[in-house]
Structures are given as C-alpha cells and as structure tokens.
Ligand binder design. Structure first.
Ligand SMILES: [Zn+2]
Length: 291
C-alpha cells in the first residue's frame, strides 16, 4: 500500500482534527433566547444566511418562496429562513430564531415548515452546523427518476460530495418528510429528496451552499456529456482510493469510506494518548480565552 504521510505528521494532523472537533462542539450553555437573538454571532449568521439566500436565487436554485437555510447557534438554538418569502428579498429581521423543537423564539415572521427536516439532521448528526435545502433543476431532475447521479467522473465532485442518496418521497413539511433523510445523514452531506429537491449539510452555511453548487454543476455536466455520443471515461479505482484517503484527512463523509484500504479505516475514535494530548491542548486554549 502506498504510504501517504509519515506517522508523526499524520498523528499531529489527527490531534488538530480532534481539537477542531472539540472546539466546534457546542458547550452546554444557558443563554436566554433574547440574549442569543441579539448576539454578534446571531448578527453574523443572519448576514451569511441572507447572502447565501441571494446566491441561491441568482443561480436559479430557488423558485417562488422555495428553499430554506438554517444554521445552528449555541447548543440549543437555530437561525432559519421564514416561510412564504423569496430568498432574494430577506432582511435581518426576517430570519427566525428557533429552539431545537421548532418553536419560534425571535423574529418577525413564521419559520419555514421544512425546518423540521433541518432539525432532524442536527439532532442525529452533531457535525452538521448548517443546512441548505433548495430545488436546483438538474439535480432535482435526477430526484424525479429516483436515482442518484453516477460517481467516478469528476474529481471535484468526488472530493466534496461523492455518492448521494435518494430519500423516499414524503409530503413536504411533515414529520415523515423530516425523517426521510435519517438513514443517510452520517455518510452523505448531500441528499436528493425524491420528486422534490436536494438538502446539504456542512460546517457552515457557505460550505453547505458550495455542496449544492458542486452537485448541480456535476448533474448538468453529466447530462451534457450524454449528448456527445461517446462512452465516458471513469476515474480509475486506485485514484478513487486516493480521493477517499484525502476525504478522510479533510473530515468529509463518504459512503465508500468503509471500502478504504487503510490499516485503520474506522475513523471512529482517536487513541487514548492522543485523546490526553487533545484534552491538554483544549484546556490551554480555554485558559487563554479566559485571560
Ligand atoms: Zn422544498
């Protein structure tokens, strides 16, 4: 097997990755909703949601009042887009603050009924810090056939997205709709919703929107390639293995990760020594933050 990196640098990378995970994990906090709604963090997230909403509209991924965006805040709140509003026209006051049960705590408007879908993703996958749902035409066309686009054709797509799943059709806004993605949210950051659209999760709203762009461009390019009338050349399997190793180092999910031929392909936990180092590094960082 090809040696990817020397053991020490690989361990350092693992420590850094673990520290980032811990720092990203929301602390148990007791911030009142009114304080959370008026915080600098909420202000920055609202601005990001509005910017990404415009981007989705400009790219033609949201039609009418379609699509919705959310971001987690602290350990118990979510900021989300309102219902019945074009993603082109949102203002900061339109963005709702919700708890993890979907109760609105701040904001001038009613939340989107599809927030339940976002909340289910946050509930089962703590790595999801932002969710974007919309109806980009080429990817949505695949959802009408109940099939995911083929993989192994474009490296950018393989790295950031990879195999997508198709969640079964359910009536929008219902609990069954929200739960339809649950079998897929750990191994896929991008899921097609049958006869509906697409949902992506990531560590930020901006990154979740990137996944949407990468998927939509991929679907479009694939469909154009079908018009050329020549057989497609697929990326060789050994190169796909290199991409999977890269994804593992980047902390990106991929349903093929189990097939990665590395000595430790579980990706489940770090060894006890490293865990101890991580604890010390985090304690030091927290101390520095307090002083
Ligand atoms: Zn929708």
């Amino acid at each position: 097997m090809e040696q990817i990196a020397d053991p020490v640098s690989e361990q350092v990378r693992e420590v850094v990755r673990a520290v980032m995970e811990i720092l990203r994990t929301p602390k148990a906090d007791d911030v009142p909703a009114s304080v959370a709604a008026n915080s600098f963090e909420a202000e920055a997230l609202r601005a990001e949601i509005i910017r990404v909403g415009r981007k989705l509209w400009e790219r033609g991924y949201v039609d009418g009042n379609g699509g919705n965006i959310s971001a987690r805040m602290c350990s118990k709140y979510v900021l989300c887009t309102p219902t019945m509003m074009s993603k082109r026209d949102m203002q900061p006051a339109d963005i709702c603050l919700s708890d993890l049960e979907g109760n609105i705590l701040a904001g001038d408007r009613l939340r989107t009924s599809e927030l339940l879908l976002h909340l289910e993703i946050y509930r089962v996958n703590p790595r999801a810090r932002a969710v974007v749902h919309c109806h980009p035409p080429y990817a949505t066309a695949f959802s009408l056939t109940g099939t995911a686009p083929p993989v192994g054709l474009i490296s950018e797509y393989e790295i950031f997205v990879g195999p997508t799943a198709v969640a079964e059709y359910q009536t929008t806004g219902t609990r069954a709709f929200a739960e339809s993605v649950l079998p897929f949210v750990h191994d896929h950051n991008t899921i097609l919703l049958a006869n509906h659209g697409v949902v992506c999760w990531s560590d930020s709203v901006t990154h979740a929107e990137w996944l949407m762009e990468i998927l939509e461009t991929y679907c479009k390019t694939y469909l154009i390639s079908q018009q050329i009338g020549k057989p497609l050349n697929y990326i060789p399997q050994e190169k796909i293995q290199e991409i999977l190793a890269l994804k593992k180092r980047m902390g990106l999910p991929d349903a093929r990760m189990g097939a990665l031929h590395e000595p430790d392909d579980s990706g489940a936990s770090i060894n006890p020594d490293l865990e101890q180092i991580v604890r010390q590094v985090v304690a030091r960082l927290e101390e520095r933050g307090r002083s």
